[in-house]
Design a protein around this ligand. Structure first.
Ligand SMILES: Nc1ncnc2c1ncn2[C@@H]1O[C@H](COP(=O)(O)OP(=O)(O)OP(=O)(O)O)[C@@H](O)[C@H]1O
Length: 255
């Protein structure tokens, strides 16, 4: 298995945000984490990326144990993420934002990526070309020289994903990528995620928008109060009585 998680447990004082959580993800698939507010989804992302250390449990990426590694070591192992609240550099251009992502894997330092404009050395040219290719794939090549803050929200989300891809990750964690998007933007996003999967990228997403989950996910894990209550294909999850019970009051969202 590509990513294997087992026995993952994390408590904050009296609250157990994750209890004995286990799942595995195959390479080149899209795996969704869903569950009501406070179910523990973000905690799982924070444990995988090393922002939090688990009390117990194992996380391995192609057999490499990740628990105990620092966030930058986990990033170097090929795991990157996007945030629900966009973390773009608004005053920098669209292209420069993607270039900062690329420098996470390059030999040149991150600080240099911020202070130097791309395009001088051959490595910088290569990074710039790759960044332009990523922008082209999300339809943002023409906006490359605009400040990121000038883009409509839906395009900013695509830009954030393009920036995450610039570090050449093997696993991308997407935190509510459809939040705040209108239905046309959501369709563009879903198409982009499926295109990335077809190229072999593995993705995990936290997503409240069930249409998007149904559309793109190969597997779904449902959490409630820190525990796994169901796992299966989107269709299986949709009709699972435990899941419907957990979402009581929100049933219309998954119907
Ligand atoms: N750093 C922290 N300190 C204390 N409690 C925390 C911390 N992080 C999360 N929690 C608690 O752990 C539980 C799970 O939170 P988490 O953010 O993982 O849920 P979630 O499923 O991502 O929720 P949402 O959909 O609202 O983002 C919640 O009760 C939350 O209050």
């Amino acid at each position: 298995m590509f990513l294997e998680v087992s026995g993952l447990t994390k408590s904050f004082g009296g609250i157990t945000a994750a209890r004995n959580v286990g799942f595995s993800i195959s390479s080149g698939s899209i795996f969704a984490l869903i569950g009501p507010n406070g179910a523990g989804k973000t905690t799982i992302f924070n444990l995988i990326t090393g922002t939090l250390q688990p009390d117990q449990g194992v996380i391995s990426l192609e057999g490499k144990q990740l628990v105990g590694l620092k966030p930058h070591q986990i990033a170097a192992a090929g795991i990157t993420r996007t945030f629900q609240n966009l973390q773009l550099f608004g005053a920098m251009t669209v292209l420069e934002n993607v270039v900062t992502g690329a420098y996470l894997k390059g030999r040149t330092g991150f600080a240099k990526s911020i202070f130097c404009r791309p395009g001088k050395s051959s490595e910088e040219r290569r990074i710039k070309n790759e960044a332009m290719e990523l922008l082209d794939e999300v339809g943002l090549a023409d906006a490359a020289d605009l400040p990121a803050a000038a883009l409509p929200f839906g395009q900013q989300r695509l830009l954030e994903i393009a920036r995450a891809l610039a570090s050449g990750p093997r696993l991308v964690l997407l935190d509510e990528p459809a939040a705040g998007l209108n239905s046309a933007e959501t369709k563009v996003l879903a198409g982009y995620l499926k295109k990335l999967r077809n190229k072999g990228l593995t993705m995990m997403l936290i997503e409240h928008d069930m249409d998007t989950v149904m559309d793109v996910a190969d597997g779904v894990l449902v959490l409630n109060f820190g525990e796994v209550i169901a796992e299966g294909t989107p269709r299986e999850i949709q009709t699972n009585p435990e899941v419907i019970k957990a979402y009581l009051g929100e049933v219309e969202r998954i119907a």
